[in-house]
Design a protein around this ligand. Structure first.
Ligand code: KG4
Ligand code: ZN
Length: 408
């Protein structure tokens, strides 16, 4: 077959392929991925080799920043208003017709109920109309496996997921086989950063008005003195891999209140020491995450859970975009002989590509592919894998001190 004989979709597909793949007789399987679990409406079409044929993303970030937090009904309305366009854009950019898709994969858990509902409702209508199989996706599994689209990472590997809704450490043993080593006992790391940023009124800072809380804190921390404030490390006396961030937020809130009184600053105005507070908060939060990750590595090693050859730590979720956390975790992985992999920022935050890739992984293994969708439901709460956090706690592994000395 010659290129001139190909239809538009195939030509568009060829643009992204090596000639060998383009001319092979069997066309790769194609999955449309749809993400609406929180505040991003995302869609992407990818092939089984991980080539992204087309994608589209509508972020609700600015609306939620302006409102001072995510209001579920607003998130739902924005998903409803945008999902059809976002999916059509991803399809148009890929040059793929719905009939050419092998399956549709959509996030059904965990997430905001009202947001998940929009993605699921749209997807079920779509698969029924085009008579396609449906693949329900676990959002956290998708975050954990995105890296395999970009690098050849074999199971098992350790994964740290830190986002606005979750903070967890798990051992990935297979595409749907995880051991949960630790998770947050209160709020997620990204949520804490967002709340601290709000309390500091960073939206009113000229360089931060369009940034998420975590991004704003990272930016300001670069010029701050982290030693100007001392915040106690959470749960330093507990030898497990769980996280807690609410206590840190409380300490930071008290320090901000004290400074506001000293400086006579009104709510909404910026303190003179915002950069120092950002640097100290970021350092304490990152050190806590690094320590728990270090313990998880030592636990896995002590139980022989990681391979001898090229043991790997994967870090993903929105907070994993943070350079300070990446450099700190590199100190931990260098000290323990692990290989550190963080997907590029655009794949750490929520997107349709990661959902489509999880669909490809499932398709390849023939797992969770549904041709009848009557019983599919969304689940706002969904644990990741088998919970062995108490076994980790019982092991009570002491982590040797590491100098986490990072220049912002
Ligand atoms: O994974 P994600 O896009 O959505 C959830 O599933 O939650 O993560 C969003 C979170 C927000 O809390 C945001 O403040 C945080 O990730 N975040 C960051 C950075 N970029 C985004 N936190 C720290 N540093 C960053 N550069
Ligand atoms: Zn996420």
């Amino acid at each position: 077959m010659f290129p001139c004989a190909l239809n538009g979709a195939a030509r568009s597909w060829m643009k992204y392929c090596t000639p060998r793949r383009a001319f092979s007789a069997v066309r790769p399987r194609l999955v449309l991925g749809i993400e609406t679990s929180c505040d991003e409406t995302g869609a992407a079409v990818i092939d089984e080799t991980g080539v992204i044929l087309g994608e589209s993303l509508h972020s609700q970030k600015q609306t939620h920043l302006d409102a001072g937090g995510i209001i579920p009904t607003v998130a739902q309305r924005l998903h409803r208003e945008n999902i059809s366009r976002v999916v059509q854009e991803a399809l148009d950019r890929s040059g793929i017709e719905p009939g050419e898709l092998t399956a549709v994969a959509t996030t059904v858990k965990p997430g905001l109920a009202l947001s998940l509902g929009i993605g699921l409702h749209f997807s079920l209508q779509f698969v029924r109309l085009h008579e396609k199989p449906f693949i329900p996706i676990h959002h956290m599994e998708a975050h954990a496996l995105t890296v395999r689209m970009l690098h050849p990472v074999d199971f098992p590997f350790l994964v740290l997921l830190v986002s606005g809704g979750h903070s967890l450490l798990a051992l990935a043993k297979g595409i749907d086989d995880f051991l949960l080593l630790g998770q947050t006992l209160d709020e997620a790391a990204g949520d804490t950063l967002d709340k601290i940023a709000r309390r500091l009124s960073l939206r009113n800072h000229p360089e931060c008005s369009t940034l998420s809380g975590g991004q704003a804190i990272e930016l300001l921390a670069k010029e701050g003195d982290r030693l100007a404030f001392h915040f106690k490390s959470p749960m330093w006396q507990l030898y497990d891999c769980n996280f807690s961030f609410a206590g840190l937020r409380n300490q930071v809130t008290l320090a901000i209140g004290k400074k506001e009184r000293e400086e006579g600053v009104e709510k909404g105005q910026l303190l003179s020491c915002v950069k120092d507070i950002a640097a100290a908060s970021q350092h304490t939060l990152v050190s806590h995450i690094a320590k728990r990750t270090h313990r998880a590595i030592l636990f896995c090693k002590s139980k022989g859970l990681l391979p001898q050859h090229n043991p790997t730590l994967v870090v993903s979720g929105g907070v994993a975009s943070n350079e300070y956390i990446r450099r700190t975790l590199k100190i931990v992985t260098d000290a323990t002989g692990l290989h550190l992999l963080c997907p590029p920022s655009k794949f750490c935050t929520d997107n349709g590509v990661m959902i489509a890739w999880n669909g490809i992984e499932r398709l390849k293994q023939g797992k969770g592919i549904m041709s009848h969708t009557e019983e599919v439901i969304y689940e706002p709460k969904a644990p990741l894998g088998l919970d062995i956090t108490s076994e980790v706690k019982d092991a009570a592994i002491k982590v040797p001190p590491l100098r986490l000395r990072i220049n912002s």
